[in-house]
Design a protein around this ligand. Sequence first.
Ligand SMILES: Cc1cc2nc3c(=O)[nH]c(=O)nc-3n(C[C@H](O)[C@H](O)[C@H](O)COP(=O)(O)OP(=O)(O)OC[C@H]3O[C@@H](n4cnc5c(N)ncnc54)[C@H](O)[C@@H]3O)c2cc1C
Length: 319
Amino acid sequence: MILYDVIIVGGGPAGLNAAVVLGRCQRKVLLFDTGKQRNRYSHGIHNYLTRYGVLPKYMISLAQKEIKKYGILFLKREIVNAAKQRTGIFLVKDSSGTSYYAKKLLITTGLTDKLPALNGIKRFYGTSVFHCPYCDAWEVRNKKIGVYAKNKNGFELALSLHTWSKTIIYFTDGKKYLSAKESDTLKQYKIQVITDAIEKLRGSNGVLRTIVMKNNRQYPCDALFFVNGYRQQSNLVELLGCTIGKKKMIITNKFQQTNVHGVYVAGDADKDVHFVVIAAAEGAKAAVVINKELQKEERLNRISLLKYQKAKSDKEYIK
Ligand SMILES: Cc1cc2nc3c(=O)[nH]c(=O)nc-3n(C[C@H](O)[C@H](O)[C@H](O)COP(=O)(O)OP(=O)(O)OC[C@H]3O[C@@H](n4cnc5c(N)ncnc54)[C@H](O)[C@@H]3O)c2cc1C
């Protein structure tokens, strides 16, 4: 049985940055990933200093090369089970049933956005259909921006987007989930609310041009931002018994530790702003804390070994 210092599940910015830090601490690390980083459909990363517009898959490929330098073992496999054994050692299993063991476990499996069921949306997702204004609104500033919120309240998103453009149209695609006060505020900001049903999104080469309604009306739009929620990419933390908070976000302390000793969570999976730079920073922070914890345990083990050896030699002397 190989016992790793750390197993990391999830090879996005959080997991990869943790791997770099742990590798530089000469830790024996095994990293698993299924290649489904949340922003893999995006046209380019924003809000990450010096990386403007870099394709997510390019950034990931650079990071994958970098971790090799530190001897990190990288496996493209899905982890489907994780448990803490009575000995305190963690056991994880991949989808083929193979087991792996580690002293510490870092979960960086991220989130997945729920795409609205809109005809044609996949052709535009990540290039002109988005969920996060901070990530993508600057590129469409002062253009015609749509907000899509079916069976949801998109008030905050619509109002927020007003920072980037004064031409906002809010599509509810059916029933309006807005209070009278919210409707009134939107009116004050000249944000039009359209409740007609949407037929499809139209455009080409990933560039949205028009929202086509079932009643044949058409609204020119350069980008569409939606509210539709997200979900955790894996249920490993649930299997491990970690505490889960509001909106299914995993609760960690400021050191990325969960309530289960030895299990750490970093990146989008825990509650914080969902940015690449923050995921990477949390991964780095978790790695430092894990290394410190391992150092402490190693010192304690050494002290008990020395005590044992001394006790043994004293006994032998008495004899
Ligand atoms: C369209 C879009 C555009 C975005 N644009 C930006 C932007 O411009 N700037 C910005 O800062 N942020 C942006 N984001 C947010 C950004 O994607 C996330 O903040 C970031 O990816 C979080 O990193 P992470 O490491 O926590 O998770 P992820 O990058 O999602 O990585 C998680 C990894 O875990 C793997 N995984 C999951 N479960 C398992 C399992 N059981 N076994 C093995 N592997 C597993 C997945 O395959 C995935 O590779 C955008 C998001 C989207 C959807």
